[in-house]
Design a protein around this ligand. Structure first.
Ligand code: ADP
Ligand code: MG
Length: 694
């Protein structure tokens, strides 16, 4: 037995532990809840709670918590000890079914976007039994959803569970039409690839921008960046490997299926990909992964940066969201299949996604919008701010042939008739895959690549599940009415290809040509968070979410406003950090250096030397320092004139239009000065230190 055999899932109250520890009847009843979404009987809950507590105590736990995911993209926990007093000054350790299933959280300081006023601060948390409880540092963590007293979602999990239900409902309708009565549930699955940077902790500690903003706000480029391509898949350094080893061990212990690890494109950039799982579990596990990455890094004298663009000039970090749909019979609905029947079904599910992405480009873009991700999207390193789908040439040709067949003759006249023929084989080879596309079909799944590295994957998957549910709903409505299923199916697929093929683009997404062409095709371009987030509350999108009971209008408004508010606040923090670093570190250092150059020049001239380069340097330092001072004043003025009214949209817009450009100007002057100044005077570690020190 090796480490993995002995330790995988050792801190998880998983199925085998449940089978072992629960009475047969309880186990069966709990499974009904897990598999079919049945309500949990209170009596069952209390048996489960007791078994869970005994197991947790044996594993050294002293506390439990309802572990939830509030709207600020981190996780929240409030620990309660199991103790309860008994006569004689002693305690016993207890955990009731009620405490397992439902908790009350006075979380008045968590963002609610106006859904809950502070005087009605009560929210409650409810167990999500489809995601296993686990132990993290002596605390039994129970994955929960978090709602207001009135039932409004205050977290990232509630809408995710609702969207899974919406997709399930519509996908099962479609499967019935294909005669697949064996499949009674459809679940979206996700494998999120997590990118991150590691920097030396001692260097990190010297940079206020990394500490307060998670990204560098100053920094001239290092002489070497990623141009040699020598980091991607390169040999992993010993110190990094030690980190990765411990990370894997910690992740395995809590049941995260950590699978792949490698160096990424930028110096000091790495990636971890788990094996995919059902989306709510993937989401929980990704949150855990980010948390554990940070903790393990500390133990190795490192700091893990999850921000989307920690360094200018080299690639930023994202999260590739590999997504597909599985039946409870284990069938991947995006698998092309080998029979005519499977091919037809595949084409219907494939085109449902194509239609969904085209109809709701704006929502997909909004779902990945954040201040950090704005610096990455569209930077010719990450997908552009325009959403399109990569299908590969072969699959695109198949769809074109299908469309043309019916177009030219108005009848089924192609080489391939849906429901009669098997799709011609197209290569699943992933080696030449288009890396520039935001949304790529990769053989039996779609890979949505625009997600930011620090974001919860919930938002993107809520949108993805819901928009595909909507396509499937419309498809099912039409096909259920059809007299001749096969010809109706054929017409529907062909029409969908015709109506939505503009969203398919197999070329290079990084070129200016594509930006122009996308515009000609009428695709939506949303360059910033400030433009993207308001899409949540566009009329058509409110209707979508309400139809599928995923988010109400007020819940959508709260999400939009929390996003905009976070954008404004983060930008303000960044601006204040820049001001602080400039006033208290950069200016004093540069003035000191300039003074030393001035006296050196004077001394040399007095000694009879001709020191033209000294005067030149002096002039450059003086003029750039003056420029820096002007830029600093300008940023301070802008920051002081942020609109006062309580309107997140106006505030975020002001930050984007006025404060960000002032920050960029200030950075430019500071970076020029960095390149003019003796490095022993420079007050904090530079890019070459940070990117090449580990
Ligand atoms: P890449 O070349 O992008 O690294 P991989 O085949 O290694 O591609 O897959 C990356 C991620 O996709 C992994 O997390 C993997 O588990 C996940 N994945 C594979 N198949 C599916 C699927 N059917 N649904 C969701 N995720 C999947
Ligand atoms: Mg990938």
């Amino acid at each position: 037995m090796g480490f993995v055999d002995e330790n995988f899932g050792i801190n998880v109250f998983n199925d085998s532990v449940m089978r072992q520890r629960l009475p047969k009847e309880t186990y069966k009843a709990l499974h009904k809840t897990i598999d079919d979404g049945r309500r949990l009987d209170p009596q069952v809950a209390s048996v489960v709670a007791n078994a869970m507590k005994d197991w947790a105590l044996e594993r050294g736990a002293t506390h439990y918590t309802h572990w939830f995911q509030p709207l600020n993209s981190v996780t929240a926990e409030k620990h309660d000890a199991f103790i309860s007093p008994v006569p004689g000054g002693k305690v016993i350790q207890e955990f009731s079914g009620k405490e397992l299933v439902r908790g009350e959280a006075d979380a008045s300081s968590l963002p609610s976007g106006g859904l809950r006023s502070t005087f009605e601060a009560r929210g409650y948390t409810a167990w999500d039994p489809t995601s296993y409880a686990f132990i993290k540092e002596h605390v039994l963590c129970i994955p929960t959803a978090y709602c207001s007293y009135g039932g409004e979602a205050l977290d990232k999990k509630t809408p995710l569970l609702r969207s899974m239900e919406a997709l399930n409902k519509q996908a099962v309708r479609i499967l019935k039409l294909f005669g697949r009565f064996d499949a009674t549930r459809v679940t979206p699955t996700v494998g999120p690839e997590q990118e991150y940077f590691l920097v030396d902790k001692a260097l990190y500690d010297q940079r206020s921008d990394l500490i307060f903003a998670g990204r560098t706000l100053f920094g001239a480029p290092a002489p070497k960046g990623q141009e040699l391509g020598d980091h991607f898949f390169g040999t992993i350094k010993t110190r990094v490997q030690a980190f990765m080893n411990e990370l894997n061990e910690e992740l395995w212990k809590v049941g995260v299926l950590a699978k792949t690890e490698h160096n990424e494109t930028a110096p000091s950039q790495h990636e971890m990909a788990p094996i995919f799982s059902i989306v709510n579990v993937a989401c929980d596990h990704n949150q855990l992964t980010m948390e554990i990455m940070k903790k393990v890094a500390r133990r190795h004298g490192l700091h893990c940066l999850l921000s989307e663009k920690p360094f200018a000039g080299v690639n930023g970090s994202g999260k590739h969201n590999n997504w597909s749909m599985f039946t409870n019979t284990g069938y991947n609905l995006l698998e092309p299949g080998d029979s005519p029947h499977e091919s037809a079904q595949f084409l219907l599910f494939l085109t449902s996604v194509i239609k969904a992405v085209d109809d709701y480009q704006d929502l997909l873009r909004a779902s990945v919008a954040s201040a950090g991700n704005d610096h990455r999207l569209g930077g010719c390193e990450a997908p552009p701010a325009i959403i399109s789908i990569f299908l590969g040439d072969e699959l695109t040709e198949i769809l074109e042939a299908l469309e043309a067949g019916s177009h030219y003759n108005g009848r089924e006249k192609t080489d391939m008739t849906i429901g009669v023929h098997v799709l011609p084989k197209f290569p699943k080879d992933t080696t030449d895959r288009n890396r520039t596309s935001p949304f790529a079909f990769t053989g039996n799944k779609f890979e949505f690549r625009s997600l930011g590295s620090s974001a919860s994957i919930s938002d993107a998957n809520v949108v993805l599940n819901t928009i595909v549910a909507e396509s499937l709903r419309l498809f099912a409505d039409e096909l259920e009415q059809a007299e001749d299923f096969r010809s109706a199916l054929h017409d529907l697929i062909v029409r969908t290809i015709h109506d939505h093929k503009r969203i398919i683009f197999n070329g290079n997404n990084y070129t200016e040509d594509w930006v122009r062409e996308a515009e000609a095709r009428g695709l939506i371009r949303l360059d910033s968070t400030v433009n993207a987030l308001p899409c949540y509350t566009a009329e058509k999108n409110i209707r979508l979410f309400e139809t599928h009971k995923v988010l109400s209008e007020s819940e959508l408004r709260s999400r939009r406003d929390i996003g905009l508010d976070a954008y404004a606040k983060l930008t303000a923090i960044e601006a204040r950090t820049m001001i602080m670093m400039t006033r208290r570190q950069i200016l004093p250092a540069v003035i000191r250096f300039t003074g030393d150059i001035a006296s050196a020049s004077r001394n040399i001239r007095e000694a009879g030397g001709d020191f033209a380069s000294g005067s030149e340097l002096l002039a450059a330092l003086c003029s750039t320092t003056d420029q820096l001072s002007r830029d600093l004043q300008q940023l301070e003025t802008k920051l002081a004139s942020v609109p006062e009214e309580e309107n997140p949209q106006a505030e975020a817009r002001f930050m984007h239009d006025s404060v960000l450009p002032a920050m960029e100007n200030l950075r430019k002057s500071a970076d020029t000065l960095e390149q003019l100044t003796d490095r022993t005077y420079w007050p904090f570690p530079t890019y070459d230190d940070l990117l090449f020190s580990v």
